[in-house]
Design a protein around this ligand. Structure first.
Ligand SMILES: [Zn+2]
Length: 478
């Protein structure tokens, strides 16, 4: 105030502007959302007839209507018949410049990039969203993946062309430091790193306060190295195979595309599940199955999923989406529809084994992430497809919702501020019609989305444009 008074004396006009703009910015009317059912993301049971008070971008009060004191002059939103969810956090995101509207429309308020490149571009997206110049979800960024040299015989791995290849512990640490200096929030390690090199990279990332996400052919090693999360159902598949020769052959067959990821799952060895789960839970290694990509055509929800996806992808307002998504979506579903009964049976056997792992892992207290992994599937939407599949596998809707909120925030070390609807946390919130506790598909009926207490535009605009286009070809990414 002393400064303001001094300024007013010397520059009356300027001081008035500063004085006016500061309080106006900080003191918007509080928002009261009342009458809905709240699933807060902590795992607690839902609160019916809930009241949430938002101001200054934070949840100020959260509770039952009878327990919360209403503020004066608030803007009131009636949420009767609706359900309030924490802003969804995609467990496995690879952000592209065209994804912003899709994410918002599906209630995804944070997109943690498991990997992305160029690293400067994803950092620029993060800052652009932060400053309000890009309309899209909040970005958390990991950069290029760090990997070891490709195995002999498997051919040049196309996916490694943007990777940072390291062979020694020193090189690995240097690569981590370089990414951290560029400002990444997390580090992604790949499956070709030698165990001691992976460990050195993870240690360096942790020393710099960055979480580690990894591909892994051996979760025991990943757990030993202290990874926060292991990505993809195939990590469990390979870890479960006990004969090293069999494992190497299957790895090679998948890398050279003699077999696809879904097909490979029939070789899982469920006898190993308990051991894998014990170690993951003990070391708090989370897991992103990213199984919607490969297995949703086998879900009990498949016909409805296909209908929804094709309707969405043919929406004229989304004509700016890259054409490969529609093509991939159609071909994924038709591949399964055209499969012989024997083939379908084999795929179903793999799906059932992964379902069993999901169920046992969650029952043991393991933390799952639901994620889009948007190579072949609609980003944002795919998070909801995974929620449906988790409930199908036996999780409760409350558990399922944690996989797209608090679990992910915990892995990224950001659960103090994000991931649940609790007093003092950042006000990221989704209002949906219906009740996901009765029908998990209701999470898709997104009606309103708040990021930091601000209502977001969740509609599609054919002229949606990202002011910072990604400077390289769109895909692939792992
Ligand atoms: Zn991925």
């Amino acid at each position: 105030m002393k400064l303001a008074r001094a300024l007013r004396r010397v520059m009356p006009g300027f001081a008035a502007l500063v004085l006016m703009s500061t309080p106006l910015w900080g003191q918007t009317r509080p928002i009261v959302i009342q009458g809905g059912t709240l699933i807060d993301g902590t795992g607690r049971s839902a609160i019916t007839d809930a009241v949430i008070i938002i101001s200054d971008g934070k949840f100020q009060e959260v509770g039952k209507r009878s327990d919360v004191k209403m503020p004066q002059g608030a803007e009131v939103i009636d949420a009767k018949g609706k359900t309030l969810l924490p802003g969804l956090i995609d467990g496995h995101c690879h952000y592209r410049d065209w994804m912003g509207e899709l994410y918002l429309a599906y209630g995804v308020t944070t997109c943690p990039n498991i990997s992305n490149n160029p690293v400067e571009w994803i950092i620029a997206q993060r800052e652009g969203v932060r400053s309000g110049s890009i309309r899209g979800p909040r970005v958390w960024a990991a950069g290029n993946v760090i990997d070891g040299p490709p195995p002999g015989g498997a051919g040049g791995l196309r996916r490694q062309r943007t990777s940072i290849i390291v062979e020694s512990e020193e090189e690995a640490k240097k690569a981590v430091r370089a990414l951290a200096e560029k400002g990444v929030d997390g580090v992604k390690l790949f499956e070709r790193l030698k165990p001691q090199v992976a460990k050195a990279a993870a240690d360096e990332a942790h020393r710099l306060g960055r979480p580690v996400f990894g591909h892994s052919l051996d979760i025991f090693t990943a757990a030993e190295a202290g990874y926060q999360s292991v990505e993809h159902s195939w990590s469990v598949l390979y870890t479960s195979i006990q004969d090293p020769k069999k494992k190497a052959e299957l790895d090679d067959a998948r890398m050279t595309r003699k077999i696809d990821t879904a097909e490979a799952h029939v070789y899982m060895e469920p006898a190993m599940f308990d051991r894998i789960i014990r170690v993951m839970v003990e070391k708090n290694v989370h897991w992103s199955p990213t199984w919607a990509t490969w297995f949703r055509p086998l879900s009990i929800h498949a016909p409805e999923m296909k209908r929804r996806e094709l309707t969405l992808l043919k929406d004229p307002r989304l004509r700016y989406l890259p054409s490969y998504i529609l093509k991939d979506t159609e071909s994924f579903f038709s591949k399964y529809e055209k499969a012989t009964p024997e083939k379908r049976n084999e795929l179903m056997t793999g799906y059932k084994m992964i379902q069993e792992f999901v169920r046992k892992f969650a029952a043991a207290g393991g933390k799952i992430h639901s994620g889009s992994d948007p190579n072949h599937v609609v980003p944002g939407y795919a998070v909801h497809a995974e929620l449906e599949m988790l409930v199908e596998a036996g999780l409760t809707p409350l558990q399922a919702l944690q996989t797209a909120s608090i679990n992910v925030a915990q892995a990224w070390g950001k659960s103090k501020e994000y991931g649940s609807v609790e007093k003092g946390k950042v006000a990221d919130l989704v209002i949906v019609r219906g009740n996901p506790l009765q029908n998990i598909s209701d999470t898709q009926n997104v009606e309103m989305v708040f990021i930091e207490g601000k209502v977001m535009d969740t509609s599609y605009h054919p002229d949606y444009k990202n002011p910072i286009p990604r400077p390289i070809e769109d895909r692939p990414e792992q």
